[in-house]
Write a protein that binds this ligand. Structure first.
Ligand SMILES: C[S@@+](CC[C@H](N)C(=O)[O-])C[C@H]1O[C@@H](n2cnc3c(N)ncnc32)[C@H](O)[C@@H]1O
Length: 217
């Protein structure tokens, strides 16, 4: 029952946050640039999970890639449809209910700051779903909260599972260290993992891990 409340709180939180925006208000950063050699080679649609305002989609569209933007928030998906008419598909679904794609569907899946909201068992389920729809030798490019992300809640509130906290507004937020990343993504090969600082969030330092995972196992 508690699970349902947290899921509803998350959906409400994100839907309320995504007011209509214009294309020139989408803020991009350059994190995907280092994967350009992979991105430029792919012919299959790139799946962008938890796409939010479409920062990754805009970057990929500018490189003439086919992009499938996905989010639980209908407001986020409507923004994508309105702002990015070049989008290949924009799909609204909750990752907790599975990923609506065939096995081995894509060469590249992006999950940018969207895999750190779930309990252990749900996190494993979503990662297994990602593995199912990723082609063998495909690439999973992700960013997740770091355990050092103290400006955005690491270590604050009630820790309900190891490194998973309940926020004041009743949502879940996980903060990863390298051991957690190796545990959750044990079915993947870690090609690259780096802790980084972002400042696109109101100029307050946000600590994240940037990770390139290979579907080789
Ligand atoms: C921090 S935002 C990241 C947005 C974008 N990827 C970025 O980096 O700017 C997290 C996104 O994940 C989405 N999200 C969270 N839980 C989800 C779920 N269970 N299913 C689908 N999307 C979810 C939210 O709606 C939100 O758009």
């Amino acid at each position: 029952m508690k699970d349902n409340i947290e899921i509803e709180n998350s959906l409400n939180y994100w839907n309320n946050l995504y007011e209509p925006i214009k294309r020139d208000e989408i803020i991009m950063d350059d994190w995907l640039e280092k994967f350009d050699d992979i991105i430029d080679k792919t012919s299959s649609p790139i799946i962008d999970l938890g796409c939010g305002k479409g920062n990754n989609a805009l970057y990929l569209i500018q490189k003439n890639r086919k992009v499938i933007s996905c989010d639980q928030s209908i407001n986020a998906i409507n923004n994508i449809k309105n702002n990015l008419p070049e989008i290949y598909q924009a799909l609204c679904f909750n990752m907790l209910e599975g990923l609506p794609f065939d096995d081995n569907y894509s060469d590249i899946i992006i999950a940018d700051l969207c895999l750190h909201y779930f309990r252990n068992d749900d996190t494993f389920k979503i990662i297994n779903e990602i593995k199912r729809i990723l082609k063998p030798n495909g690439h999973l490019l992700i960013r997740v909260n770091s355990i050092n992300d103290i400006n955005f809640g690491a270590g604050k509130g009630e820790e309900i599972e190891h490194h998973l906290w309940r926020t004041d507004d009743g949502r879940l937020k996980r903060f990863f260290d390298e051991k957690d990343i190796k545990l959750f993504f044990n079915n993947f090969e870690i090609a690259y993992m780096q802790e980084k600082s972002l400042d696109r969030f109101f100029n307050i330092e946000k600590k994240i891990y940037e990770i390139h995972l290979l579907n080789t196992r």
